[in-house]
Design a protein around this ligand. Structure first.
Ligand SMILES: [Fe+2]
Length: 607
């Protein structure tokens, strides 16, 4: 059974499942080189079919993630075209009049300068269902324009038909094999079936800002039938935790829907008591009552409320308070759900599961024996979940993900290699050659084998460095990353020797960097460049040999030489750009940056 699933909104992309196994998954940004690209994922689809050496006509099913998708994401490439200034303007000129002053305002009018009508698929014959997209339409959109094939279920049907036309035309397949899968069903199926957990006492949590009018669900696993049964849903108007996080990110003049991780990274820098006052501001908005999550009805507009209430507080108090509030809400919610529905084995997905600090706090709950959080629980992994959901509902196999190396291969020919001829090229026959670069204090960029799906580089599209030297942080920032000064780098560590470095009493598996662990005093001294500088936690990738043999061997050699079973690992990309995909992307970044060594499949390239 061959199933292709598509994400058509934020971070568009696809996943391909054949006979219960996820064969390929990638986001469009890796091909288009536009961060968080939301345009139609034609390049990822082509890469998936090419990888599996199949034709679209061989597909049994094509799935669209989410049932009520809008046109906004693709019409304006919403998640790539707005900057912080635009988001702040949106708060003032759209949300405030609409929510606080009860005025009629048009979202389309607000976005009209961002509309990219020439970009596929709006310049096709199928766009005729949207009369307002006719030639010259931009001038006709006025401030009170309420035309919106976007917001009601009837509108969603029009948009759905539009995308089905586009897909069937592009793939030359029958429209009848195309179906939608509900947003949180995708998150839940990804969380559970992507994980190695198949325990009969399993509970699955999802949490995000919004997806098909929900922002959270709880499901229980029916082992006999290998299916998930949803036991609880949360409306996006009641469970607004992720939305609060997003609005605080914008309030702090960082990019919403993108830089939330920076606020999380900032949080540990303040360790005084004044954050408690700020935390009260957040608790007034969102409460946990038993298994319910209740939002304060009096607060009509979160951003407006934040501006009024946070005015007197310094940015770091705010970040600390927000993270503390988030952890408390999530821990209490998990606790109350487990008390009511049970569950010793937990899986979790949705954008909120990217909060690695909260995940670690949740893992401490006594009732939890095992918790597994799949990589990149944001919407880019919805297609993987959609495939799993379809397989499970049709009583087919649902094989857990073996790893996240699901993307494009970094293959190259001898002719391609010649393009690097102005550099020193060495054939790698022994891993000690790579080790020597690290020991010589070189920062090594890696572009080998298949690219990782999702937002974490796990050794195949990574930058690796000796973690013992704090100055490597500055060196990497100067060479390529230009990271905000407070943001930590993370380590990749050997599972066998993890006790030397991290505190992991429940022996959590974290092959995709989904928990921020407390660390040992040995790590404070020897993993200096790869732990958080303020609270010494580490968003560790815990590596087993089966995950990535070459990387494991390299770290093992480093361990034998230095006594430290880990390396610094950060993603291989220029600041603000997607992670590299092919060796040609790698070459461009290598040339534009001050990186001195590049490790491609079997060769080391040095400047
Ligand atoms: Fe989501």
């Amino acid at each position: 059974m061959k199933v292709l699933a598509l994400q058509l909104e934020k971070s568009s992309g696809c996943a391909l499942m054949i006979d219960g196994k996820i064969i390929f998954s990638s986001s469009e940004e890796r091909f288009s080189r536009i961060k968080s690209d939301s345009l139609f994922p034609k390049r990822s689809i082509k890469a998936a079919l090419d990888f599996a050496k199949i034709k679209a006509k061989d597909l049994d099913k094509v799935l669209i993630c989410s049932t009520e998708i809008t046109l906004y994401a693709s019409l304006v490439n919403l998640y790539s075209s707005l900057n912080v200034k635009d988001q702040l303007r949106m708060m003032k000129e759209y949300w405030e009049p609409k929510l606080v002053q009860n005025k009629r305002v048009s979202f389309l009018y607000f976005l009209k300068d961002k509309i990219q009508i020439d970009k596929y698929p709006f310049n096709t014959k199928f766009a005729k269902v949207f009369p307002f997209l006719k030639k010259g339409f931009k001038h006709k959109i006025d401030q009170n324009d309420q035309k919106k094939p976007f917001q009601s279920s009837k509108d969603a049907k029009i948009v759905s038909d539009f995308f089905k036309e586009i897909i069937s035309n592009y793939l030359k397949i029958d429209k009848k094999i195309i179906n939608h899968v509900d947003h949180h069903t995708c998150h839940a199926a990804y969380a559970f079936f992507g994980s190695p957990i198949r325990h009969k006492n399993s509970t699955v949590f999802t949490a995000d800002a919004f997806g098909d009018y929900l922002s959270g669900t709880v499901s229980r696993y029916d082992k006999k039938n290998n299916k998930l049964k949803r036991v609880k849903t949360y409306s996006h108007t009641q469970f607004q935790l992720a939305r609060i996080y997003r609005f605080v990110t914008i309030y702090l003049r960082m990019l919403g829907d993108s830089h939330e991780y920076k606020v999380m990274g900032l949080a540990p820098y303040y360790d005084g008591f004044r954050y408690k006052e700020v935390e009260k501001v957040f608790h007034k908005m969102q409460k946990v009552k038993g298994t319910e999550l209740i939002f304060n009805k009096k607060i009509k507009n979160i951003f407006y409320y934040l501006e009024k209430e946070l005015f007197n507080y310094r940015f770091d108090y705010i970040a600390t308070a927000l993270q503390s509030f988030t952890e408390k809400v999530l821990v209490k919610w998990f606790q109350n759900i487990l008390n009511k529905y049970g569950g010793s084995h937990i899986t979790f997905s949705g954008g909120q599961s990217m909060n690695v600090k909260a995940n670690y706090q949740i893992s401490k709950l006594k009732k939890i024996k095992k918790i597994y959080v799949c990589g990149s629980g944001t919407d880019d992994t919805l297609p993987i979940g959609a495939c799993y959901d379809y397989a499970s509902k049709n009583n087919k196999k649902t094989l857990p993900l073996e790893n996240m190396y699901l993307g494009t291969h970094a293959n190259y020919s001898n002719k391609d290699l010649k393009k690097f001829s102005k550099y020193k090229i060495t054939k790698v026959t022994n891993m000690k050659q790579v080790l020597n670069c690290l020991i010589k204090h070189q920062i090594i960029a890696v572009c080998r084998n298949r690219a990782e799906m999702g937002q974490r580089a796990l050794g195949n599209r990574s930058i690796l460095a000796d973690p013992r030297y704090g100055q490597n942080i500055q060196k990497i920032n100067n060479a390529i990353k230009q990271r905000d000064f407070w943001m930590p780098f993370a380590p990749v560590i050997l599972s066998e020797h993890q006790k030397k470095l991290i505190i992991n009493p429940k022996n959590l598996e974290s092959p995709h960097m989904t928990f921020a662990f407390e660390t040992t005093s040995f790590a404070h001294k020897n993993l200096t460049a790869a732990i958080h500088q303020a609270d010494k936690t580490a968003r560790a990738q815990i590596l087993k040999k089966i995950h990535n043999k070459d990387l494991w061997e390299l770290i093992n050699l480093f361990y034998k030489k230095t006594g430290v079973p880990g390396l610094l690992n950060t993603s291989f990309n220029l600041h603000g750009y997607p992670i590299v995909n092919t060796i040609f992307d790698a070459k461009k970044v290598f040339e534009k940056s001050d990186l001195s060594a590049l490790w491609i499949n079997n060769h080391l390239i040095e400047k």
